[in-house]
Design a binder for this molecule. Structure first.
Ligand code: AKG
Ligand code: FE2
Length: 353
């Protein structure tokens, strides 16, 4: 609009998307990243993202036929989709429901309560939005609560909600479950590539951090103009996502596929550092979250990242004459990833051989 005052991103980011929705405001210009032609389910095909039963892969003895099949399924999912829907993960469905519930309750509270845990626009941890991106990059139509959850000495409890009352205990319990699931998954992924079962765990390190990002996607009157989360790949090793409604999409062969709603499953999504460690065999897929005019959505993403300062790189057994080394060894790749993310691009090319 000619002459309209456009608020700078840092001003907008000090205000929550949920507040704009409650006030009936249309998305301001810095949030607009789509051309208005997009419909809510544009290009999104109900997707056949593979389902893998982790319980079939959880023993260390010789594999039976069933687990051999499941390992093949796992490997093929990660080479093509870069993700799978995990079932048989050992977390009761009733507990997954509790987490979804407590997340909705947190975001459903009055603004003053949530703002007790507010971050500034330059910080990562706390309640708010991502730090201000580079000029010209769109803002996400969502609010977040970002917390370091493991190792315990990294937890900053001043950012951990005291309400709902059960929030902290549930998050602590979920963190324990995530430690178990990452161990199980890392071993299964190694076995699927005929590698020593501890090879990924050794690269991550025993104190490999877990960070929890609770995402709240408010309803939006103009889902054709904004995205809940812009297209990106993750900078972690891999990420485990729990969702309530559909909205997350995975890019495969230039097409967007919706991650189906499955209340019993968690999505295991490869990130750039697993693509590096597997010498490009497992894919770190680009993904995004659509906005929706009818339903709000919550998700909880847990990022599992190699220890700070630890060098990681393609495993020796995955480098050969037929498959030359694609990536260099790297340390603290997540920092490089973040710099590029803020400019709206990927960082993997910076670590290519
Ligand atoms: O909300 C989701 O389902 C995905 C979240 C995500 O991709 C992220 O936090 O990096
Ligand atoms: Fe992501």
């Amino acid at each position: 609009m000619a002459g309209a005052f456009i608020q700078p991103a840092e001003v907008l980011l000090s205000k929550r998307v949920q507040e704009m929705v409650i006030n009936g405001e249309e998305p301001p210009a810095p949030y607009i990243c789509r051309d208005g032609d997009a419909t809510e389910d544009d290009g999104s095909v109900e997707s056949p993202i593979p389902i893998v039963d982790l319980s079939l892969l959880s023993f260390s003895g010789p594999c039976g036929d069933e687990s051999e099949d499941e390992l093949r399924k796992l490997q093929s999912a990660l080479c093509s989709w870069g993700c799978f829907q995990a079932v048989g993960h050992g977390i009761p469905s009733s507990f997954l429901d509790e987490i979804r519930q407590v997340t909705k309750e947190f975001f459903g509270q009055p603004m003053e309560e949530k703002k007790k845990y507010a971050k500034t626009v330059t910080e990562f941890e706390g309640y708010g939005a991502d730090p201000v991106p580079e000029e010209g990059q769109p803002l996400d139509w969502s609010d977040r609560l970002f917390l370091d959850v493991y190792p315990e000495d990294k937890q900053k409890l001043k950012f951990w909600p005291e309400n709902p009352k059960s929030f902290r205990d549930i998050l602590k319990e979920y963190t324990e479950k995530m430690k178990m699931v990452t161990k199980l998954t890392s071993k299964a992924m190694a076995k699927s590539l005929n590698l020593d079962e501890n090879c990924f765990l050794d690269q991550f390190g025993e104190q490999a951090p877990l960070q929890a990002r609770f995402n709240y996607y408010s309803r939006c009157q103009r889902p054709d103009l904004v995205l809940g989360l812009k297209p990106h790949s993750d900078g972690s090793g891999y990420t485990i996502i729990l969702q309530d409604e559909v909205g997350l999409q995975i890019l495969k062969d230039d097409k967007w596929y919706a991650v189906p709603q499955n209340p019993h499953a968690i999505l295991v999504l490869m990130a750039d550092q697993m693509e590096i460690m597997t010498n490009g065999i497992f894919k770190s897929p680009v993904h995004r979250v659509l906005s929706n005019s009818e339903k709000e959505r919550v998700s909880l993403a847990v990022f599992y990242t190699p220890e700070a300062g630890k060098e990681i790189g393609p495993l020796d057994d995955l480098v050969s004459v037929e498959r030359p080394r694609v990536f260099k060894n790297v340390k603290d790749y997540a920092d490089t990833h973040w710099e590029y993310y803020q400019r709206g691009t990927r960082a993997l090319h910076t670590v290519q051989v």
